[in-house]
Ligand binder design. Structure first.
Ligand SMILES: *[C@@H]1O[C@H](CO)[C@@H](O)[C@H](O)[C@H]1NC(C)=O
Ligand SMILES: *[C@@H]1O[C@H](CO)[C@@H](O)[C@H](O)[C@H]1NC(C)=O
Ligand SMILES: *[C@@H]1O[C@H](CO)[C@@H](O)[C@H](O)[C@H]1NC(C)=O
Ligand SMILES: *[C@@H]1O[C@H](CO)[C@@H](O)[C@H](O)[C@H]1NC(C)=O
Ligand SMILES: *[C@@H]1O[C@H](CO)[C@@H](O)[C@H](O)[C@H]1NC(C)=O
Ligand SMILES: *[C@@H]1O[C@H](CO)[C@@H](O)[C@H](O)[C@H]1NC(C)=O
Ligand SMILES: *[C@@H]1O[C@H](CO)[C@@H](O)[C@H](O)[C@H]1NC(C)=O
Ligand SMILES: *[C@@H]1O[C@H](CO)[C@@H](O)[C@H](O)[C@H]1NC(C)=O
Ligand SMILES: *[C@@H]1O[C@H](CO)[C@@H](O)[C@H](O)[C@H]1NC(C)=O
Ligand SMILES: *[C@@H]1O[C@H](CO)[C@@H](O)[C@H](O)[C@H]1NC(C)=O
Length: 381
C-alpha cells in the first residue's frame, strides 16, 4: 500500500481538480484567492498567482438590520485626548456613531448596481460629527471580535464621505508597529481636478523611529484612485502575506510592499472614521456630519489559533473522506459593478470554525422555531 497522503498534497490535488465556479460548496478545506493580472506580469518570487487560506469571515452589512446584534463586530467607545492623538482636538469614539443604515435592508442584492431609483446605500455608517463636546470630535470605530487573523486577503466595500476634514480607514492591527492601513483623507479629494488619493501604509519600527510619520518610511505610498470613492461603493483590499503586502481597489493592484516592515503577528480588522483637526493628516473637524458607509467585509485568512487550525484540519479531513469534491472555494474578484453588495458570499458562518458554533446553532434554532411556528399556525387553521 502507498503511504497515506499528507494534507498538503491532498490540497494541491484538490486545487488542480477545481472546477471554475464552486459557489454552493461548503468550503471545508478553505479558500483560494487570486493575485491580479498586473501582478501576474510582475515577477512573483513564489511562482504562483494563487493563494490558499483556511478560514473566513464574511459580513453582509448591507442586509444587517442592527449592527449592535452582530457578535462578530464590536463598536468602540473610548476617548483620546488632543495631546495623545497628536491633534488639535480630542477624539470621542462612541458606539452611537456606528449604526446600521436602514436602506432597503431586505437583502435584495440584485437591485444594487444599475437602477438609480433604488440607490443602495445599505451598510454600516461610521459618522464623524461636526459638533464638538469638551473639545473632542465625535468619531467612530468598528473592530472585528476575533484577533487571530494572520496571513489573509482582507476586503471591504466602502463609500467615503465627500465632506472635507476626516480620515476614513480600513486596517489590520496588532500594535502600533505592526499595522497595515488603507487611509482616505477627504481633504485631499478634489472633485474639480478629479483627484482622489488613497494613502497606503505599513506602520513598523521604522515609523516609530520617525515619530509615526510613515511618510518618512519606505512603506508609505499615495496612489490616485481612478474613480470617485465618494460617489459609490468600491472594494478596498489588502493581502497580508508572509513576505509582502499587496493593496488593491476593485481587484486592481495599487501597490506592493515588502521587507522587514511586513508584520509577523496575528491581529484584528478595524474600520475607523475620525478627525482631530491635525492639518497635516485628517484636517477638519468637518463642517457638517460626515458619513462613511461600509457595505460588507470579506476576509479569507489563516488563523493563529491552534484550536481553529485543528478544527479546520478535522472538518477538511472529514469532508475529504466523505468524498466531497467541492471542499475548496475559489474567491471571485469584485469589480466596481458589484462592490455595493460584494457579489458572491460563501456562507454567513465559517464552516471550519468552532468559534462560530453559536452562529450556526443560532440559525438551526431559528429554523426549528420557524418550523414550530408554522406547525402552530397550521394547527390553528
Ligand atoms: C453553508 O453552510 C451550511 C452549514 O455548514 C451548509 O449546509 C450550506 O450548504 C452552506 N451553503 C453554502 C451556500 O455554502
Ligand atoms: C495558510 O495555511 C495553510 C495551511 O497551513 C497553508 O497551506 C497556506 O500556505 C497558508 N497560506 C498562506 C498565504 O500563507
Ligand atoms: C439595535 O439594538 C439595540 C440593542 O438591542 C437597541 O438598543 C437599538 O435601539 C437598536 N437599534 C436600531 C436602529 O434598531
Ligand atoms: C468621553 O468623554 C465624554 C465627554 O467629552 C464623556 O461624556 C464620556 O463618558 C467619555 N467616554 C469614555 C468612554 O470615557
Ligand atoms: C509590537 O509587537 C512586537 C512583537 O511583540 C514588539 O516587538 C514591538 O515592540 C511592539 N510594538 C509596540 C509599539 O508595542
Ligand atoms: C479642505 O480644507 C482645507 C482646509 O480648509 C483646505 O486647505 C483644502 O483645500 C480643502 N480641500 C478641498 C479639496 O477643498
Ligand atoms: C495625483 O494626481 C495629481 C493631479 O494629476 C498629481 O498632481 C499627483 O502627483 C498625483 N499623485 C500621485 C501619487 O500620482
Ligand atoms: C491533521 O489531521 C490528520 C488526521 O487527523 C493528522 O494526521 C495530521 O497530523 C493533522 N495535521 C495537522 C497539521 O494538524
Ligand atoms: C462532484 O461533482 C460532480 C460534478 O460537478 C457532481 O455531479 C457530484 O454530485 C459531486 N459529488 C459530490 C460528492 O459532491
Ligand atoms: C463581480 O462581477 C464580475 C463581473 O460581472 C464577476 O466576474 C465577478 O465574479 C463578480 N464578483 C463576485 C464576488 O461575485
Amino acid at each position: 500500500m502507498a503511504p497515506p497522503r499528507g494534507l498538503g498534497q491532498l490540497i494541491a490535488i484538490l486545487l488542480l481538480a477545481l472546477a471554475p465556479h464552486l459557489v454552493a460548496a461548503d468550503c471545508e478545506c478553505g479558500f483560494v484567492t487570486h493575485t491580479s493580472a498586473a501582478q501576474k506580469q510582475a515577477r512573483d518570487s513564489s511562482g504562483t498567482s494563487q493563494l490558499f487560506f483556511t478560514n473566513m469571515l464574511e459580513s453582509k452589512f448591507f442586509e444587517l438590520k442592527n449592527i449592535s446584534l452582530d457578535g462578530t463586530w464590536r463598536r468602540q467607545q473610548y476617548n483620546v485626548s488632543a495631546r495623545a492623538g497628536r491633534g488639535e482636538y480630542g477624539k470621542a469614539f462612541a458606539v452611537k456613531n456606528v449604526y446600521s443604515l436602514p436602506g432597503s435592508g431586505d437583502g435584495d442584492s440584485t437591485a444594487s448596481t444599475g437602477s438609480s431609483s433604488h440607490p443602495a446605500d445599505d451598510g454600516v455608517a461610521l459618522v464623524v460629527g461636526s459638533t464638538l463636546t469638551n473639545d473632542a470630535v465625535p468619531v467612530a470605530e468598528l473592530d472585528s471580535a476575533r484577533s487571530d487573523m494572520v496571513f489573509g486577503s482582507y476586503r471591504a466595500g466602502m463609500k467615503l464621505t465627500p465632506v472635507n476634514g476626516t480620515c476614513a480607514a480600513f486596517f489590520w492591527y496588532f500594535n502600533d508597529t505592526q499595522e497595515i492601513d488603507m487611509e482616505f483623507l477627504s481633504r485631499e479629494f478634489d472633485p474639480k481636478k478629479k483627484v482622489y488619493p488613497v494613502n497606503l501604509v505599513i506602520q513598523s519600527e521604522a515609523s516609530l523611529q520617525a515619530g509615526f510619520d510613515a511618510s518618512k518610511t519606505g512603506t508609505f505610498k499615495v496612489v490616485n484612485l481612478t474613480f470617485d470613492p465618494t460617489a459609490g461603493f468600491h472594494e478596498y483590499r489588502f493581502d497580508y502575506l508572509q513576505d509582502r503586502v499587496l493593496f488593491y481597489a476593485d481587484s486592481q493592484l495599487l501597490a506592493e510592499m515588502s521587507g522587514s516592515s511586513v508584520p509577523t503577528s496575528p491581529g484584528h480588522l478595524i474600520l475607523q472614521h475620525w478627525s482631530n483637526g491635525n492639518p497635516l493628516w485628517s484636517g477638519g473637524p468637518p463642517e457638517e456630519d460626515a458619513i462613511m458607509t461600509v457595505s460588507y467585509v470579506k476576509a479569507y485568512f489563516n488563523s493563529s489559533d491552534s484550536d481553529v487550525q485543528s478544527s479546520w484540519n478535522s472538518s477538511c479531513q472529514k469532508a475529504l473522506s466523505k468524498g466531497s469534491n467541492e471542499t475548496v472555494c475559489v474567491v471571485p474578484d469584485v469589480t466596481a459593478a458589484n462592490a455595493s453588495t460584494g457579489g458572491t458570499f460563501f456562507n454567513t458562518s465559517n464552516p471550519n470554525d468552532d468559534k462560530n458554533g453559536a452562529n450556526r446553532l443560532g440559525s438551526t434554532w431559528a429554523a426549528t422555531t420557524s418550523a414550530l411556528l408554522l406547525l402552530l399556525v397550521l394547527n390553528c387553521l
